[in-house]
Design a protein around this ligand. Structure first.
Ligand code: HMG
Ligand code: MG
Length: 301
């Protein structure tokens, strides 16, 4: 049995664009977000209020938020690493924030310049302040299936940091495969360890597709009872602080599989593809999504 309905969290404008070498004009980011909301997404991660010195691609987060057309029923979210980021996010009118920790120390240091313990102390303040303002917080947990610096990460460590994130008050933790190294044998093992400490209803899965295993990992997650999956329009993505991380699981590829399985998402594949195709000429490379590529190929004369 797999869930009849799945929540898709669209992370393309953030996880996708944060790693693109080309400068994407703010107006095109705004159109991308609007196109994704029009496609039926109910959660769009718009940008990141991180240090612009660390991730210049997200420096225009406030301008993107100011330019989007907010659709009722859509949550427009952003990454926030610290209280300075929360101040900016609040001013921009985010509906929800996402904090991001790691299950491995080396990645935590490289990505946010803090140990895991230091980051959780920072995030405790951030989540408390967000809740005071009535803003919900989601948590990401990176390197749950392997770390680019340390190699294997134990499921017990993943479960323990996931539980600590939930203790901070985040409503959900996205168990993340930052470098796209997970395979479907690992998914039940990691989820089993996490489920011993946290309800699966509060767990999402976030896959990158470096080794072509993202979709089959989703299937393993569905079979284990997870019903929330992150995906990035066009398959854009990667993390600037994770060497070897390729694109995220493409939203189009996820929707193609879920539609085929009869799983409801409320998101229209064709319209996501239109939003992705609009941004493609600005990237300087083809979209990685297999469904987009196949559809383009079949439409050619
Ligand atoms: P730091 O250098 O240790 O901290 O960075 P700092 O406090 O010394 O700040 C450095 C400078 O940045 C200062 O400016 C601050 O004011 C400024 P200066 O005094 O030098 O002129 N600053 C800020 N500016 C704007 N907004 C802010 C902010 N904070 C500081 N919020 C810090 C620490 C956490 C800030 C930095 O490491 C950072 O921004 N890291 C973010 C890295 C990042 O965004 N990575 C990608 C997202 S995570 C990801 O992709 C994984 C995920 O997809 C899940 C998965 O796949 O695993 C979520
Ligand atoms: Mg990611």
């Amino acid at each position: 049995m797999i869930p009849a309905r799945v929540q898709v969290v669209e992370v393309g404008p953030r996880d996708g664009l944060q790693n693109e070498p080309a400068r994407i004009p703010t107006a095109d980011k705004i159109a991308f977000v609007n196109g994704l909301a029009d496609a039926g997404h109910s959660v769009v991660e718009v940008s990141a209020f991180v240090s612009p010195k660390w991730v210049p691609q997200m420096a225009d987060a406030s301008e993107v938020f100011a330019g989007i057309t907010r659709k009722p029923g859509v949550r427009y979210t952003a990454l926030v690493p610290n209280l300075a980021g929360l101040t900016r996010a609040r001013q921009a009118g985010v509906d929800e924030i996402a904090i991001f920790a790691a299950a491995s120390e080396s990645f935590s240091k490289r990505n946010i310049n803090q140990t895991i313990d230091e980051s959780l102390a920072t995030y405790k303040e951030v989540v408390e302040a967000a809740h005071t303002d009535g803003i919900r917080a989601r948590g990401y947990l990176s390197t749950c299936f392997g770390c680019p610096f340390e190699g294997p990460v134990s499921p017990a460590k993943v479960a323990s940091v996931a539980a600590r994130l939930l203790d901070l008050g985040v409503y959900e933790v996205a168990i993340s495969d930052t470098i796209g190294i997970a395979h479907p044998g690992q998914v039940p093992e990691v989820l089993g360890a996490v489920a011993a400490k946290a309800p699966l209803a509060k767990i999402a899965l976030h896959f990158h597709d470096t080794r072509g295993t993202a979709l089959v990992n989703v299937l393993a997650g569905l079979q284990a009872g997870v019903a929330t999956f992150d995906a990035s329009a066009g398959g854009l993505g990667g993390c600037p602080y994770a060497p070897g991380a390729a694109g995220n699981l493409a939203t189009e590829d996820l929707l193609y599989m879920l539609d085929g399985l009869g799983v409801q998402t409320g998101v229209r594949l064709e319209q996501v593809m239109n939003a992705s195709r609009r941004i493609e000429p600005l990237l300087g490379h083809p979209l990685p999504s297999r469904v987009v590529q196949a559809t383009g190929a079949t439409k050619k004369p």
